[in-house]
Design a protein around this ligand. Structure first.
Ligand code: DC
Length: 224
C-alpha cells in the first residue's frame, strides 16, 4: 500500500486525546490531520454569532448553505477559517464545546460537513478524527481506530488544559460536562458515536501521551 495515500479514521468520545494523538501520528507519517470536531465547532461559532437557536435545524440548514468555512493546512496542521478570519483558537472554549454538541445533532449541519470531510479525504493521505468517521464518513478507510479513556481520566485531562489556558473550572463541573456530551453524542438520532465493530479499540486511560501515540502508530503500521 502507498503509505502517503493511507486513509486513517479515528473515532472516540470527547477528551480521549483524539486530536492531539491524531495530529502527532499524522505528522510522524507525513500525512495531514483532519480534525472534524473543529468543523462542528466553527459551525456552532457562526450560529452563535448570527443569533440562531442552536436546535433550529431549518435555520442551521440555511446558515450552512452560505457558510464560508475553509480548511487549510500549514505543515499538515489544520487551520479553520470563517471567511478570512482564522477561528482555530476561538472555537476552543467550553461554550463552543457545548454549542457544537447541539448543532452536531442536526442532520442539516452534518450533511454539509460530511460532504466537506469526504472532499478533503480525497485530496491525499490523512488521519481524520471525529465521532462518525469509521462508521459513516469514511467506511472504506484503510485503518479504523476507536480511541477512548474513562470519563474521569478524560475530565482530568480537559481540566488540566483549561487551567493551563488560565480558565476557571472544577473537576466536578468538567466531569459533568463530559458525561453530558458523551450522552448527547452517543444518543443522538443521526450518526451517533458508536464503535465500528471492525475498529481497533485503544484505551488510553493508563497511557502517557507518548505511549498513546506509539499505540496508534503501531496500529497504523500493522493495518495499513
Ligand atoms: O471533538 P470535539 O470536542 O472538538 O467535537 C465537538 C463536537 O462535535 C462534539 O460534541 C461532537 C461533535 N462531532 C460530531 O458530532 N461528529 C464528528 N465527526 C466530530 C465532532
Amino acid at each position: 500500500m502507498d503509505k502517503k495515500n493511507v486513509c486513517v479514521a479515528i473515532d472516540g468520545p470527547a477528551g480521549a486525546g483524539k486530536s492531539t494523538i491524531a495530529r502527532a501520528a499524522a505528522s510522524r507519517l507525513g500525512l495531514r490531520h483532519i480534525d472534524t470536531g473543529a468543523m462542528y465547532r466553527a459551525a456552532a461559532l457562526e450560529a452563535v454569532r448570527r443569533g440562531i437557536f442552536l436546535d433550529d435545524g431549518p435555520a442551521l440548514g440555511e446558515m450552512m448553505a452560505d457558510l464560508d468555512l475553509r480548511i487549510e493546512f500549514a505543515d499538515g496542521v489544520q487551520r479553520v477559517y470563517l471567511g478570512d478570519e482564522d477561528v482555530s483558537e476561538a472555537i476552543r472554549t467550553p461554550e463552543m464545546s457545548a454549542a457544537s454538541s447541539r448543532v452536531s445533532a442536526r442532520p442539516e449541519v452534518r450533511e454539509a460537513l460530511v460532504r466537506l470531510q469526504r472532499e478533503l479525504a480525497k485530496r491525499g493521505g490523512s488521519v481524520m478524527d471525529g465521532r462518525d468517521i469509521c462508521t459513516h464518513v469514511l467506511p472504506d478507510a484503510d485503518v479504523k481506530i476507536f480511541l477512548t479513556a474513562s470519563p474521569e481520566v478524560r475530565a482530568k485531562r480537559r481540566l488540566d488544559e483549561l487551567i493551563e489556558k488560565g480558565e476557571n473550572a472544577s473537576f466536578e463541573e468538567v466531569l459533568a460536562d463530559m458525561k453530558r456530551r458523551d450522552y448527547n453524542d452517543s444518543h443522538r438520532e443521526h450518526s451517533p458515536l458508536v464503535r465500528a465493530p471492525e475498529a481497533t479499540l485503544i484505551d488510553t486511560s493508563a497511557m502517557a501521551l507518548d505511549e498513546a501515540i506509539e499505540a496508534v502508530l503501531s496500529c497504523i503500521k500493522e493495518e495499513a
